[in-house]
Every structure is written in C-alpha cells, then in structure tokens.
Design a protein around this ligand. Structure first.
Ligand code: SAH
Length: 310
C-alpha cells in the first residue's frame, strides 16, 4: 500500500521514461509555433526589465519534445539554455531540437544565476496528495492492489461537506517557493481553476482515451488540475510577487498571437488555414483558451509584466 501521490509519482516516471506522451495528448507548442515565440518574446522583455543581465539563463521545466524552446529561441537568445527533465527519452528529443542545452533533474540543481523560467503543462504532471472528507474527519487516499484505501490523516484543510475531495500538489508548491527564494522570474502555463476549490481533478489518459488512473501504472499519463491560487499564495509567502493567473486566451491575445499568426500566414499562404485554426484552438473558451491559465512569479515590486498589466 502507498500514498496516492507516491503512486502517481512512480506511475508518471515510468510513463514519461517509456512512452511517447505526444501520442496521447497535444500541447500548445505542438499546435502552433507562435506559442513558443510568444513565450520567448515575453522572456526577452522580462530580461530587459531585469536590466539585461549578461549571464541570463532561460530555463524550461518539463520541455516535452523541446519544440517550445526551439520556437522561443528564435525570439530571445539567452546566455545559456537549461532543461529540467527526468525522462532520458525526452532528453534525447529535446537535444535534437535545441543543441547546446544543459539538463538538470530538479530546479535545485540549476545554477544560482539570473534566471527566467518557463513551463507549459509541467505542474499538472507532478503528484498530488488526495484527501476525502468523511464524517470522522479528513482521510487520505492510498492505493492498494489497484483500489483506493482511505486512512485517517492530520491535515489543515477547509471544513468542506462530507465526500468532498481536496488535492494538494506539494512538489508544485515547493517549486514555486524555490523560484521565489531565488528572486527569479517564472511564467507558468497550465490548466486549472482560478480559485482553489474542492473537487477531484485527477485524470489518466492511455492511448488518447480516459482511463482508470489505478490500472496498469506507467501506461497512462496521470495529471491533476493546477491550483493557481495556492501557487500564488506560496510565492508570496516566500517573499515574491505573483501576477495573475490570467486566462491563456487573454495572455496570448495581449501578446500578439493573432498578429503573428496573420504575418506567418501571409508569408506562407499554404499554411494560412492551419495557423488560423491553431490560434482559434489556443484561445477559444471551449478549447484551451479558458481552462488554461498563466501565472507569473517575480521579485517583489518588479514592474508590470507583459500580459499582466491590469
Ligand atoms: N511542456 C511540454 C511537455 C509537457 S508533458 C509541452 O508543452 O509540450 C510534461 C513534461 O514534464 C515532460 O517533458 C515530462 O517528462 C516532464 N516531467 C514530468 N514529471 C517530471 C518531474 N518530476 N521532473 C522533471 N520533469 C518532469
């Protein structure tokens, strides 16, 4: 028997080490090159706002195939490029798209220099603890032989009605705390609600279809919604500022998604329809525009960052 978050960590490590996640799901950088270009442009502006430090590192956590970084580097040239990635298989693909990158297993291993960090759909893959409210109090979910088992736990959670589920992503909170204590700048893109709420969001996808997360661990991608309010609170508690979250469609539109897509379409009319559909998919409220959010973390008192001016 093991705690659910321990189960999820093991299952996802096996999944990302052995499988091609992009056979199971499609992410924003795989939909349009403009996504990575916009994040690169944002990083470049943030770097200028920092006073253009010459030793700036551009760090990406969970870079997938490396496509986002390759697109971003057309817009911004940092002193060095760093990837936080545990899967040897994905590291190989990242190296093909981005020659000269340096890899690390965790954020703690990244050198302590001026840093801009970007991450898309990284935090949702980190393991969550799951709590369920019963008459006697909060219980924590464990996994035993493919079934959930609930054990009593001492935990400080809101006084939700019976049967409510709460999820806590401890590695994501630690990640944001580390960004804050380094006085770094980060742009975190992921899916989840604007405000913390009770509810179960853990899901598993195997071969492109929803699956039971407890079955055949390592063959499905297990994710949970990201609690942006909890991340912003953790960043502030560690002495940083948090900006947002804003909806992905608001962020990408403010940073010129449609203008850049039109420009590329004029240069290459054969691709115009693809670019138009991609921009729509990234911004439509019923596609990725509404569920996906963007949160920035920056040193306290940093001037307004692009996309977060209001
Ligand atoms: N950002 C990419 C890929 C998202 S998939 C995109 O948008 O397409 C999640 C990524 O996070 C993969 O690269 C996976 O290997 C990585 N990952 C998952 N758990 C991790 C962990 N604990 N430490 C480091 N990387 C992790």
């Amino acid at each position: 028997m093991e705690r659910f978050d321990h189960f999820m960590a093991r299952a996802n490590a096996a999944y990302y080490a052995a499988r091609d996640p992009f056979a199971d799901f499609v992410t924003a950088p795989e939909i349009s090159q403009v996504f990575g270009e916009i994040l690169g442009g944002w990083a470049r502006i943030a770097w200028e706002m920092m006073g253009s430090p010459g030793d700036i590192m551009l760090v990406e956590a969970g870079p997938g195939r490396g496509v986002l970084m390759a697109d971003a580097l057309r817009v911004f040239t940092p002193a060095s490029v760093h990837f936080i990635e545990t899967s040897p298989r994905l590291r190989e693909s990242q190296g093909k798209h981005v020659p000269g990158a340096v890899w690390h297993d965790t954020l703690a291993d990244v050198p302590k220099r001026p840093m801009i960090l970007i991450a898309n759909e990284f935090l949702d893959a980190l393991p969550v603890r799951q709590f369920i409210r019963r008459a006697e109090g909060w219980m924590e979910r464990h996994v035993d032989a493919g079934e959930y088992v609930e054990l009593p736990v001492e935990i400080d959670l809101p006084d939700d009605p019976e049967s409510s589920v709460r999820e806590v992503n401890e590695p994501a909170l630690a990640f944001v705390t580390e960004i804050a204590s380094r006085r770094a700048i980060a742009l975190l893109v992921d899916y989840g609600p604007e405000n913390s709420a009770a509810g179960e969001s853990v899901q598993a996808i195997r071969d492109g279809k929803y699956a039971n997360p407890l079955n055949q661990p390592g063959t499905a991608d297990i994710t949970a919604h990201v609690d942006f309010t909890a991340l912003a609170t953790a960043a502030r508690a560690a002495g940083a500022d948090a900006r947002g979250p804003v909806k992905q469609n608001v962020f990408l539109t403010a940073l010129g998604l449609f203008q850049r897509s039109d420009f590329l379409a004029q240069k290459n009319p054969a691709n115009a329809e693809n670019l138009r559909l991609a921009a729509r998919r990234l911004t439509a409220p019923d596609a990725m525009g509404g569920l996906f959010k963007v949160l920035a973390v920056c040193p306290p008192g940093f001037p307004p960052l692009p996309g977060f001016e209001t």
